[in-house]
Design a protein around this ligand. Structure first.
Ligand code: AP5
Ligand code: MG
Length: 188
């Protein structure tokens, strides 16, 4: 059984590669972004709150995000039975520390952090292109630039955090979806 974090900047291909990985390794997929967008579509109270951050390119506060992740893991037996791929979580050092404890408390651990490394110009190009159709409130140039800035400041330091734990796998995230998927599978 495998528990993986798929890590990388906005537009690096986390969602795209997760779709392949869940099939190949029979994993349960938790995307915190998708989960929050589900709440936005359903117009729940959490959705309204989440959109006030997402549309500005900011992160949802750690305490709230950590509670949501814990609840999601506990509600979904497949996480423990099949293993999980976390997409979009953790995004800050406090989230990574909370995740470590959360996994330990449940007798689980993260086996690998797959880091998709893509130059910024390519990220911007991909997200602007997706924004033509996605309807996502954060796929416009101003918010994309903010998301990249937030990534650099708050999320990128996790690369170092997981390198120190010896589980970070750097993946060249440029190329076709198949090529990148191949690189990930070889690294696992
Ligand atoms: P989230 O939904 O996680 O968005 P993100 O990290 O900004 O990343 P994206 O989903 O935009 O990109 P991706 O890496 O999945 O790439 P994709 O495969 O789609 O989070 C959204 C927001 O929610 C956050 O900003 C925050 O506000 C909030 N949030 C979520 N989690 C949180 C947390 N833990 N804490 C606090 N706040 C949180 O690919 C992108 C595009 O490129 C697609 O169009 C795709 O088709 C294309 N593409 C993919 N691969 C390739 C390729 N190889 N070549 C060319 N194009 C490609
Ligand atoms: Mg995504």
């Amino acid at each position: 059984m495998l528990n993986i974090i798929i890590f990388g900047a906005p537009g690096s291909g986390k969602g795209t590669q997760s779709e392949r990985l869940i099939e190949r390794y029979n994993l349960h997929h938790i995307s915190t972004g998708e989960l929050l967008r589900g709440h936005i579509s359903a117009k729940t109270e959490l959705g309204q709150l989440a959109d006030s951050y997402i549309s500005k390119g900011q992160l949802i506060p750690d305490g709230l995000m950590i509670d949501i992740l814990g609840d999601t893991i506990d509600r979904e037996p497949a996480v423990k039975e099949r293993g999980v791929i976390l997409d979009g979580f953790p995004r800050t050092i406090p989230q990574a520390e909370a995740l470590k404890k959360l996994m330990e408390d449940r007798g689980m651990k993260i086996d690998a952090v797959v880091g998709l490394e893509v130059p910024e110009e390519e990220l911007i190009e991909r997200l602007i292109k997706r924004g033509e159709q996605s309807g996502r409130s954060d796929d416009n140039l101003e918010t994309i630039l903010k998301r990249l800035e937030v990534y650099q400041k708050q999320t990128y330091p996790l690369r170092d955090f997981y390198e120190k734990e010896g589980i970070y796998k750097a993946i060249d995230g440029l190329g076709t979806v198949d090529e990148i998927f191949d690189r990930i599978c070889k690294s696992l």
